[in-house]
Ligand binder design. Structure first.
Ligand code: DGI
Ligand code: FE
Ligand code: FE
Length: 188
């Protein structure tokens, strides 16, 4: 599917805000790919589609994930929004014709990250957080700078702030988010 068709399809699936965010992630991922030496088109594709399953309700996310035979953990069952990466990769493959496994991985893991991410995984993880349409979050200016100077540092910084934010909200934290954080703290 070409980009124009993807845009039409995405627009029908997402709220206007989420659609604008997706295009913001597309171009931010492209800029990070230029900086860090990743293929720009792969970064754009993963960025554009990363939230393609975000528009469904939590109930639908869970139902569809089970229907498609995707693995659902207890934490995901309790908090089905965590499934939109995995479900998004499923749609990217089956509805948008994406065959690049690296792109599908970046979509799958964009919310929690995972230990030892590929360059493309990290670019999408970071682009999602820093894209220009994001409302100002704590230390975002600093994280945006780090994203273009030291990508791993930006990954740690984002995970640290996300874990603190989730801690304050008293929600269950996915063990992948914590594993990713520990991996990159140790690496750094
Ligand atoms: O889909 P976006 O809003 O663009 O961004 P995202 O895919 O990073 O999702 C952000 C949400 O995911 C935010 O509300 C925090 C939440 N989140 C991230 N890690 C975890 C988490 N929620 C839980 N319960 N556990 C996590 O480990
Ligand atoms: Fe997301
Ligand atoms: Fe997003």
């Amino acid at each position: 599917m070409d980009r124009a068709d993807m845009l039409i399809k995405l627009k029908g699936k997402l709220s206007p805000k989420r659609y604008v965010h997706s295009i913001g992630v597309e171009y931010t991922a492209a800029a990070l790919a230029m900086t860090h030496g990743e293929d720009v088109n792969r970064a754009r594709l993963a960025g554009l589609l990363h939230d393609c399953a975000k528009g469904y309700s939590n109930e639908e996310k869970l139902k569809k994930s089970l229907k498609y035979g995707l693995p659902v953990s207890d934490v995901e069952r309790e908090n089905p929004d965590l499934l939109h990466g995995k479900l998004g990769a499923y749609y990217a493959k089956n509805k948008y014709g994406v065959t690049d496994q690296g792109v599908l991985s970046a979509i799958t893991y964009h919310t929690t990250g995972h230990p030892d991410m590929s360059l493309l995984d990290k670019i999408i993880f970071v682009a999602d957080y820093i894209e220009p349409n994001r409302k100002m979050i704590f230390e975002l200016t600093e994280i945006r700078k780090e994203a273009f100077s030291d990508l791993d540092k930006a990954v740690v910084h984002i995970l640290k702030n996300t874990l603190e934010y989730l801690d304050g909200k008293h929600v269950v934290i996915d063990e992948m988010t914590e594993k990713t954080y520990r991996f990159y703290v140790r690496k750094g």
